[in-house]
Design a protein around this ligand. Sequence first.
Ligand code: KG4
Ligand code: ZN
Length: 346
Amino acid sequence: MLFLSIETSCDETAAAIFEDGSPETGPIIRSSVVASQLKLHARFGGVVPEVAARAHLQQLLHVVDESLQQAKVKLSEINAIAVMNRPGLVGALLVGVSAAKALSWSLGVPLIAVNHIDAHLYACRLSAKRNIYPCVGLVVSGGHTTLFHCQSALEIKPLGGTIDDAAGEAFDKVAALLGLGFPGGPAVERAAKAGNPKKYQFPRSFLREERLDFSFSGLKTAVRYCLRDIEATGTAIEEQVKADVAASFQKAVVDVLVGKCRQALERLQLRTLAVGGGVTANQTFRSALEDMAEAEGVELMIPPMAWCTDNAAMAALAVEAWHAGDVASLDLDAEPVWSGRKNKQK
Ligand code: KG4
Ligand code: ZN
């Protein structure tokens, strides 16, 4: 069975073609195409929702065509359409949802709705090519920083999450404070390479508390005050200062993320950890997760880089939904806010 999936939740226009595969090894990705809008948003220093929605409109059909061509598949051979309809920017989501509904109706094939956050975790199952459940899941992206108890691909219960900024958002804001440009995550990571992570002591919120929540707004403010204090002494914010601040900030985020994963694994007595979302592309974070996993005897599942940031391949979660009989109707809507409900449309 062949699926075509669509992703337009934020600033990447993406489509993928996949086969259902076997229950053991999971879906097989035939193609995955991502058209990034980064250049369009860079001059605004962040994603502009209206610009994102318009760019999806312009790019989506080309991206779908490209995904079919790369997979050597004709549109008429597609047996189901999958779309990420939640959460995300509503105008952006609507472009993908509308296109998916039109394709489903015109081809006469089922429509399957996918939760973008669950899909980030499914990227781990997809790349592992074997069962990874039960496990602790962490989604760490521009919009979310949430820990989950994953009983299966579709049974995912939140354990805790950020009470203010997401980790990726903190990277983006600190990059702006340091004048490093957009997107902030990769820019901070590049700057941090030449920096000393012990130079500044930034807060690690909730790290010593039992709750499995996160808070990054205090950390962002601490970086702001640190830069202000340096400037107040008459010192210019030179490259080395930027590098040291970036490295110290990155270390604070990584310490908290890894520490909370360790706590969640211990609390649930689980030995498998799946981590997904854009921030998972960060090498310092990946190395710290690997070190923790080795020290604790935990099996770590991280997707390859291309499946950490937004893409449509991870919507292969639709295969699981399909097997569970979870098919959406043509009145499917875009849901901008993740409601934590189960993955059911009917
Ligand atoms: O998952 P994603 O592509 O989109 C959302 O669903 O939000 O995540 C985007 C976020 C951005 O905040 C970006 O700055 C961050 O992931 N990010 C990184 C890195 N690459 C992307 N953060 C830290 N280090 C990176 N290398
Ligand atoms: Zn995402």
